[in-house]
Design a protein around this ligand. Structure first.
Ligand code: ASP
Length: 405
């Protein structure tokens, strides 16, 4: 509701050029986004650390992480394959007029730097600078330390548990404000870019959105149903607030507090949700992977660069890596795109071609990224508990949820 009102209000305000209300709406949207991002570190750290510590032993940890990483890799590969098939079938770049492109200024992205940054020199600096991969690494390591310390780690564990309770209370407050945030963000979006920018690139936009729809509306729900026998409609309905937040914020990380909250309400087992969701918000990006592959082949087509099968295979590999490396923030995928271009020799200036519609496509790919995490936590939960021979905890009573530690 807030989303639709926002779109209408944004169009009306920009039509009448009402600058002051537009500024107010922009500020409100920005405040909402900032408050979601603000809560991410205090939420990720204890959630991940306790999820490891509570597993009880290393064998269970390796089973859970094996299942999770396996799920991420398989679904990412499915998404890239879908993107590559569609972009080769529809050839949206063929006949695209090329202007005088100059490469946009993007920070230099190297995979080795990304791997290096996973282990921070200074943990406090990593937290202060919001280095998500480093924070995840620290949380997992700290959790493993807590697990190994046993009895002696108990006071720290209680402290983390209590800190998490407090954070979850604040998350509930933020979620109560979500309709206003969603209204403001969507009003700002519709005011900022009219749909006119989409026309010259409509074939490219069509292929990306079609690919995301095939993956998000068919493959992911089907995998959920086939593996867990859970109804995708019922399950995804409980995550509607998270999907809408992903769509309007274009940020998997900012959506994480909402996703975790929905997963708790939906009764997903705690082991799985507190491990799969924070990790997934950072490294599992099906939508981004699909988009990176389509964008690369699209630009190659526009430049008339034929891509052989081995080169397409390289696009497949690098698009997967670029998606893993992308930060869960708006345009995070754009920043890692040069990895794909450089690997197959596509001019970086080609990025200019896809820039005008990037913000628009970001909303769709982020929604699929978050959906991948949501479906992943149910699949991993079921497989993990099946292996363990235990049953996942029953659904909590509906209504206001309580932090469950
Ligand atoms: N905005 C995306 C996300 O947060 C990343 C991307 O730009 O593809 O999931």
């Amino acid at each position: 509701m807030g989303f639709v009102f926002g779109l209408v209000a944004g169009s009306v305000l920009s039509f009448y050029s009402l600058t002051f209300p537009l500024q107010v709406v922009e500020l409100m949207g920005d405040l909402f986004l900032r408050s979601l991002r603000m809560i991410v570190v205090p939420l990720i750290f204890p959630t991940l650390a306790l999820s490891i510590a509570d597993l009880g032993d290393v064998a269970r940890l390796s089973r859970l992480s094996g299942l999770t990483i396996g799920y991420y890799l398989v679904t990412n590969a499915m998404a890239v394959t879908t993107g590559l098939l569609l972009v080769n079938l529809f050839q949206p770049g063929v006949g695209m007029p090329l202007g005088e492109e100059t490469a946009p200024q993007l920070p230099d992205f190297r995979l080795s730097d990304l791997i290096r940054r996973t282990i921070p020199n200074n943990p406090f600096q990593a937290v202060a600078e919001g280095e998500t991969l480093a924070i995840i690494f620290l949380s997992l390591l700290f959790g493993a330390g807590l697990l190994a310390a046993g009895e002696k780690g108990k006071p720290v564990r209680s402290l983390l548990t209590s800190g998490l309770h407090v954070t979850v209370v604040i998350v509930h407050w933020l979620i109560a404000l979500a309709p206003i945030g969603v209204f403001s963000l969507s009003a700002h979006l519709s005011a900022e870019f009219g749909l006119g920018v989409l026309i010259p690139l409509s074939r490219y936009v069509f292929v990306v959105v079609l690919g995301l729809a095939v993956h998000g509306l068919i493959f992911l729900p089907l995998s959920l149903y086939l593996i867990t026998k859970t109804s995708p409609f019922v399950y995804l309905r409980s995550f509607f607030p998270a999907l809408l937040t992903a769509f309007t914020t274009s940020s998997s990380s900012a959506t994480l507090p909402v996703t975790l909250d929905c997963a708790e309400t939906a009764g997903v087992s705690r082991d799985a949700r507190s491990f799969v969701l924070p990790l997934g918000a950072t490294i599992n990006m099906d939508g981004t992977a699909l988009y990176e592959a389509v964008a690369a082949v699209f630009v190659a087509q526009a430049y008339g660069i034929p891509l052989s099968l081995p080169q397409q295979l390289l696009v497949f590999l690098t698009a997967n890596m670029a998606a893993i490396g992308a930060a869960g923030i708006p345009a995070g995928g754009l920043v890692t795109m040069p990895l794909v271009y450089q690997a197959v020799g596509i001019p970086l200036a080609g990025l200019t071609l896809i820039l005008p519609v990037d913000r628009f496509l970001d909303m769709f790919r982020t929604t699929v990224n978050v959906e991948g995490d949501i479906i992943g936590c149910q699949i991993v939960a079921q497989l993990y508990h099946r292996d363990e021979g235990t049953s996942p905890p029953p659904n909590p009573p509906q209504g206001k949820i309580q932090p469950d530690r």
